[in-house]
Design a protein around this ligand. Sequence first.
Ligand code: DGY
Length: 335
Amino acid sequence: MEMARRKPLVVVTRKLPDVVETRMRELFDAELNVDDVPMDQAALVEAVKRADVLVPTLTDRIDTAVLSQAGENLRLIASFSNGVDHIDVATALARGITVTNTPGVLTEDTADFTMALILALPRRVTEGAQVLTGDQDDWAGWSPTWMLGRRIWGKRLGIIGMGRIGQAVARRAKAFGLQIHYHNRRRLPGAIEDALEATYWDSLDQMLARMDIVSVNCPHTPATFHLLSARRLKLLKREAYVVNTARGEIIDENALARMLEADELGGAGLDVFEQEPAVNPKLVRLARQGKVVLMPHMGSATLEGRIDMGEKVIVNIRTFMDGHRPPDRVLPSML
Ligand code: DGY
């Protein structure tokens, strides 16, 4: 008689959309976090000791200390995230643990949100919205010189990181009349450059000095930590805007805040922060003055996107458990 196969113990660290959790319950011995209380490091250690599969997300730090406690059964970390900078992937791989992520399904949502920040800054969208909802009644009606922003059409947008999300931003930005420039580890094929009418800059420094708006769309890796360093930020035009929907660590946030305070930059639209969820108080002050638009890491926050991410996690787990290579395996060459 054939023995029934034990369902894998899948520990999920945060609340996921109901439809994803229901499917996980059907397929796996799923340990869910229905209260959505973030797990501390001790709880993560307990999880990796007993799980066959861990499903963390970007709010969990899966570092060497956690991984060194992993039980023998842990063979897969199927992250519910596109970015994997919260996981020590090298250590996981060295311990024979496969890591997967959820690329592709966040692209369009994140590009939409990037575009929202690109528009919000020069056109003063959040500032304007606050005029009618703030405490003071300070709208005396339309006036030719009141609340003037800056035109978007015809300006130069420099995209740092021209992967899926960078290209999706470029497609939208082109429709808004922005001129597309980009810096990337590798130059794009000519056909894509032609379709986007995009200009490639091998030198990030040279690109930065010429842009009106800069959008950060690359992953956070050791090579991109503080890519926009104090030195590089100083290369930007005094009236330039910086938008970041990727990861806070890519910009030296203190240097950025100092420059904004000193009026050495036009403004910044930030969806991600260096010490997330803490936000630099200087940035909050600048936001109150209308120099900065701050968003609480909402770039990919759509119900459809989260369900698609859950589906990817499930496919990765199922494929792996069936003895095949999961579609979204994270390889060292990606880091
Ligand atoms: C991710 O999954 O890495 C995104 O940052 C979520 O918004």
